[in-house]
Structures are given as structure tokens and as C-alpha cells.
Ligand binder design. Structure first.
Ligand code: Q46
Ligand code: ZN
Ligand code: ZN
Length: 313
């Protein structure tokens, strides 16, 4: 197998590009794909301060590495979710990565700072763990970006993630989610801009990127992911992709180009109705935000009465 660019020995084939790459040209391809996503979707300005949500997994460490390589100012944020050994190991991995490079890693620990961990919090609130976790992550990432004065919050979602989420949202016609499934969500009403610079790269490529760059990442999946529907959607898409390379890319980018605008007016209208949470100040459609209500239930505080959202104006 020869590198399509330089004809030297190749280390990876990418079937959807119908090409093979040596280490040097593969790393260049990854950077180019991220630079293209950033440019095409106006994700990050050179003067922006970016905050990367870092889990210790391959995607978040790779996107942080690539952004710094491309010359962006990017700090990391690690969120301790209290998911047993998995959280201990992922926190250590994220810290070691930042320490080795002398980069700034902010940390928020859910059990220490908010009094509950994801497994017990989810049980107390009668939510599935990933739902309580997703809600907590969104809230704490937003808050850290806001209080730290960052312009943009970066996540490591890759093409496989986005195609699987899109597949699930289409299968169940979740039009409100479809309206928000964009590689860039603009800043508004107290939310930082949110961007996904890895949307042009797949999971296998990100693992290869980390290996070739000598990035030590946590390989284990979160133990709470078992039974998560997205894993099933990913497997289904992998079967289709194996038979027809490029399908995931066409599915996701075809949606962005041809269909997503049909769903965005609803999502935008929903965002217009937000007000500040009476407890923490985060934007919310109700009086008290979903995270503060989760904290109450998870820490067994007095329940917050569910109030109807006040409409501004
Ligand atoms: S960390 Fe949280 Fe994920 Fe674990 S509990 Fe679910 S959402 S699977 S990316
Ligand atoms: Zn080459
Ligand atoms: Zn709140």
C-alpha cells in the first residue's frame, strides 16, 4: 500500500477518499480537514479564545492538539462526573496530556462542587444516566465558558458521532433536535458559540491520529454507555459504510446542505423564549433551569416547584 500523495509506504487507507496515506500526509490530511471545517462553517476566528471540552478520549485530545497545531488559542476543560474508575482514569489521562504540553486544563468536579455523581444523580432524578450526564455536561461547559470569558466552546464530536445522532433523530423524526444538529451553534443569550471541528473526520481516523502523534488516550468506553441507542445506530451505519464507503459523509453533509434549514426556524424560536435561571443565571425556558432541578433531586433538597416559563416582553 502506497501513499497517494508521495508514493512512500502508507500507514492507513481511507476508503471514502479512495486514498492511502503515509504518517506525514495522514496528519496533514487531518489538520486540513479540521481547517476546512472551521473555514466552511466559520467556527473559530484567529483572535478567539477557545475552550475544548476534554474527556480524556481520542477525539477531545486530538481536536485540542490539532487546534493548537493550527495556531488557535485553546485551553481544555475536564469535567469529573464521578463515574467510578472510568472518571479516575479519564481525569488522569486528560491531566497528563495537558501537563506534558504545558497547556491549561480547567477542571470542574460534579461530586465536589454540586454534591452528586452521575450514577446516583440519575437514579434519584429517575433519568437514564446519559440524559442526566448530557444535561450536566451542557450546563457546566456553558458555565465554564461564560465565566472564563471564552468565545467558543469546542467539542470532539466526529463524523461517526454526528451521523449516528442524525440517524437516530431521523428514525424518530425528532424535529426539534434536527434543528439544532449543526456543526456551529452561534452564541446567544448567555450561551457561548459551540463548534464541532472534527465533523469531517471519522472515529478510526481520530484513533490513528492519536497513535501517530503519540497521544495517550483512554480507550475504555464509559461503562454507562452500555445499551445506549447511539451505539446501535453507529453499528448500523458502519455496516452500510463498509458496503458503500462515503455514505456517512453524504448522509450528514447532505442533511446540512439540503435539509437542516427546514428545521432550524423551530429551534431558533425555542431559543428566543429563554430567560435567566432564578437560581444560577443560566439561560432557560422555565424559571429554574433543568440542571438546578436535577441538583435538587439528586441531592435530595426541597423540590423546586415547576413553574411555567415567563415569556419575555
Ligand atoms: S459519559 Fe455521560 Fe457519555 Fe457516560 S454517562 Fe453517557 S453521556 S456514556 S459520552
Ligand atoms: Zn505520503
Ligand atoms: Zn440554574
Amino acid at each position: 500500500m502506497k501513499c497517494t500523495v508521495c508514493k512512500g509506504p502508507a500507514v492507513i487507507d481511507i476508503r471514502r477518499h479512495n486514498a492511502n496515506f503515509c504518517a506525514e500526509h495522514f496528519l496533514r490530511l487531518c489538520r486540513d480537514q479540521v481547517a476546512k471545517a472551521i473555514k466552511d462553517f466559520a467556527m473559530i476566528e484567529p483572535s478567539d479564545r477557545a475552550l475544548v471540552a476534554v474527556s480524556g478520549g481520542k477525539d477531545s485530545l486530538a481536536v485540542w492538539d490539532i487546534l493548537v497545531e493550527l495556531g488557535y488559542q485553546a485551553d481544555g476543560l475536564y469535567l469529573g462526573l464521578g463515574i467510578g474508575d472510568y472518571s479516575d482514569a479519564s481525569g488522569e489521562t486528560a491531566r497528563a496530556f495537558a501537563r506534558d504540553r504545558g497547556w491549561t486544563l480547567l477542571e470542574v468536579d460534579l461530586p465536589t462542587e454540586h454534591g452528586f455523581d452521575i450514577p446516583t444523580g440519575a437514579k434519584a432524578a429517575r433519568r437514564v444516566p446519559c440524559s442526566a450526564c448530557g444535561l450536566s455536561k451542557r450546563h457546566l461547559f456553558d458555565e465554564a465558558a461564560r465565566t472564563g470569558g471564552y468565545d467558543v466552546l469546542v467539542t470532539g464530536h466526529n463524523l461517526d458521532d454526528e451521523a449516528a445522532v442524525l440517524f437516530g433523530n431521523v428514525l424518530h423524526w425528532q424535529d426539534d433536535y434536527l434543528g439544532r444538529q449543526l456543526p456551529v451553534l452561534p452564541a446567544r443569550q448567555g450561551f457561548p458559540r459551540k463548534v464541532k471541528p472534527l465533523v469531517r473526520l471519522g472515529e478510526r481516523e481520530m484513533a490513528a491520529y492519536c497513535v501517530l502523534r503519540g497521544i495517550d488516550y483512554i480507550v475504555e468506553e464509559c461503562p454507562m454507555a452500555a445499551g445506549n441507542k447511539h451505539l446501535g445506530y453507529k453499528e448500523a451505519l458502519n455496516l452500510i459504510e463498509a458496503a458503500s464507503p462515503g455514505t456517512k459523509h453524504d448522509f450528514y453533509f447532505g442533511f446540512l446542505a439540503r435539509a437542516s434549514a427546514r428545521f432550524t426556524p423551530d429551534a431558533v424560536a425555542e431559543r428566543e423564549l429563554l430567560q435567566a435561571c432564578a437560581r444560577c443565571g443560566a439561560p432557560t425556558p422555565g424559571e429554574v433551569c433543568a440542571f438546578c432541578r436535577l441538583v435538587d433531586r439528586a441531592t435530595d433538597r426541597e423540590a423546586v416547584p415547576v413553574a411555567l416559563g415567563r415569556r419575555p416582553g
